[in-house]
Design a protein around this ligand. Sequence first.
Ligand code: ZN
Length: 88
Amino acid sequence: MKVTKCRSCHAPVIWAQTLRDKFLPVNPEPSDKGQVTLEEREGKPPLALYHGVKARGITYYVPHWATCPQSKQWRKKNESNTAEIYGT
Ligand SMILES: [Zn+2]
C-alpha cells in the first residue's frame, strides 16, 4: 500500500477510500485500538472498512486523525468522513 505524508504533521499515512469514495488517511502501523481494515485493490486506493465488532487474526488500523497532533485543525473539514466511518 502506498504510504504518503500527512499534510499537517508529516507523519506517514495511507490514503484509503471508504465505500462512499471519500478519502480516509490511516496510520500505516496496525493498532490494537484500530477498527478499520484496509482491503487492497488493483489500481485504486485500498478500501477502508469500519468494524464495530472485531475478530481475531485480523489487522486493524486507526484513522490518522485519531493520532494527528493537528487533528483539531482538520477534523472540521473531515466531519462528514467521521460520520460516515463511525456512523455518528
Ligand atoms: Zn497528521
